[in-house]
Ligand binder design. Structure first.
Ligand code: FES
Length: 101
């Protein structure tokens, strides 16, 4: 059996703990982390509370909502909201509060 044409699999690395997990299909960075037993800070899970904010060291993401709770400056500086961000490449996040559970 072959994977559907639009199937995507990206790898996420989380610094500084050096945790790693995969994101399949259209899962968000947060959803995929939880499925891989990687704990990232979260609360609202809809892009408004900013509990999950962290910096994207490398890679690209897209958002499931039009305007996630980030200022234009934060976006320019590379901050992302993992609860509503989907990777469009392999990514590296800087989230000092991440841990394995
Ligand atoms: S958990 Fe609230 S903005 Fe991500």
């Amino acid at each position: 059996m072959t994977a559907p044409e639009n199937f995507q699999l990206f790898t996420v690395k989380v610094l500084p703990a050096d945790l790693q997990y995969d994101v399949e299909g259209d899962l968000t960075l947060l959803e995929a982390a939880e499925m891989s037993r990687v704990q990232l800070p979260s609360s609202c899970r809809n892009g408004t509370c900013r509990t999950c904010i962290c910096r994207l060291v490398s890679g690209e993401v897209s958002y499931s909502i039009d305007w996630p709770g980030l200022t234009p400056e934060e976006k320019t500086e590379g901050y992302v909201l993992p609860c509503v961000a989907r990777p469009t490449s392999n990514v590296v996040l800087d989230q000092p509060e991440a841990s394995a559970f």
